[in-house]
Design a protein around this ligand. Structure first.
Ligand code: NAD
Length: 359
């Protein structure tokens, strides 16, 4: 057999409806009694109240301060509040930005996290913390920031607008697509990656068509967990590097940037790893991964070009320079010219084709 190493994390994951009501049990299971909640402002009058009622005196404080890309100054300010209050656990209720703030605090304090994710970004399943400071985004891996318990509650996702659902689902699919060709991929992560791609490719068009479709929303949450778990287990490549560059240095929106870049990064890499990306395309019911992803995005009605996200054509050279500044592994070698071409295709929103690149 092909040799490989697989190590799994001790995480408790609960899927279902109204699972938020189990927050007290989860806190107790961790042996904690003084939680501090990081919550997305969108949930201020709904889910936040539910947690307040469920925990009563066991909820020591709440912060609605999370913003995108986890700026260090916000993390330090809220960490000071958490320490001052003497909290013994963190609850993260919201999307990747809120979970990011909880992770930043956990990294600084060692407190355990219970995550209640309400988008499909997949951050709740990882030990990765991305932070931004001075216009640069850096990431680190530390098991202390991986939530110990995840409560997926489909009811909390019903209000996530179609375009946000689509973009965040594509963000999750990006983890899975890159996991298929990771240098440290193994049969378990590949299986999860393909399962995640199938679930999200099937669910997202249904969610955009009927946002209250609970079956599709549940499917998407499973996909988010599967894809996020892949991100946790294996290394990422070109696609994630480009997105970190565009988000960290040019302030582009995270999920939408992933959605725009993914078809182009996948098409570029498919030339080198046609077997695994062929399997990923097949999981979407297609033969060409770049085309399949691009067409899915068009069907979902989300932006397909960097220009539509506000990047100026004059910024492409600088973006390419930053993206190649620190070497990292990718299944297909590349130079600055390749990156500039990928960025140009993504900026214009060209429909990619692996077949064209092969010929
Ligand atoms: P987000 O958390 O910024 O949320 C996007 C918007 O959706 C916000 O306006 C929020 O208020 C709203 N929202 C969230 N849940 C909602 C709901 N159920 N209904 C209605 N509105 C809702 O976006 P995101 O895409 O979830 O996360 C992006 C961030 O996550 C980035 O900073 C990214 O770096 C990070 N991320 C980290 C990892 C990791 O492993 N470290 C993985 C993926 C993403």
């Amino acid at each position: 057999m092909d040799p490989f190493t697989y190590s799994s994390a001790a995480v408790r994951v609960t899927f279902g409806e109204a699972t938020i009501s189990r927050i007290g049990d989860e806190l107790q299971r961790l042996g904690k009694s003084r939680a501090f909640m990081l919550a997305d402002a969108h949930h201020r009058d709904g889910a936040v109240r539910q947690v307040e009622e469920a925990l009563g005196a066991n909820l020591a404080g709440i912060s609605l301060d999370a913003v995108m890309h986890t700026p260090v100054d916000v993390s330090e300010r809220v960490t000071a509040m958490v320490t001052e209050i003497g909290a013994d656990a963190l609850i993260a209720l919201g999307g990747g930005s809120t979970i990011g703030l909880a992770k930043a605090i956990a990294w600084r304090t060692g407190l355990p996290i219970i995550a209640i994710p309400t988008t499909y970004a997949g951050s709740e399943a990882t030990s990765i913390l991305g932070q931004s400071e001075g216009g640069r985004k850096t990431t680190l891996r530390d098991p202390r920031v991986r939530p110990l318990s995840i409560l997926y509650d489909v009811n909390l996702t019903l209000g996530l607008p179609g375009p946000l659902s689509a973009a965040s689902g594509l963000n999750a699919m990006a983890h899975a697509v890159e996991a298929t060709y990771a240098a440290d991929a193994n049969p378990v992560t590949t299986l999860l990656a393909l399962k995640g791609i199938v679930a999200l490719a099937r669910a997202l068009p249904q969610i955009v068509a009927v946002p209250l479709n609970k079956a599709a929303r549940s499917d998407a949450l499973f996909g988010a967990w599967a894809c996020g778990t892949c991100l946790d287990q294996v290394g990422m490549s070109l696609h994630h590097k480009l997105c970190h560059t565009l988000g960290g240095s040019f302030g582009l929106p995270h999920a939408e940037t992933h959605a725009v870049i993914l078809p182009h990064a996948a098409a570029f890499n498919a030339v080198a790893v046609s077997d695994v990306l062929g399997a990923a395309a097949a999981a979407m019911g297609a033969s060409d991964i770049g085309v399949a992803l691009f067409d899915l995005e068009q069907q979902l009605g989300i932006p397909t070009s960097l220009a539509a996200l506000g990047l100026k054509e004059s910024q492409l050279d600088e973006a390419a320079a930053i993206a190649v500044a620190e070497p990292y592994w990718n299944p297909r070698p590349f130079d600055r010219k390749d990156i500039r071409q990928i960025l140009d295709d993504a900026w214009r929103g060209r429909r990619p084709s692996v077949q064209e690149k092969l010929s």
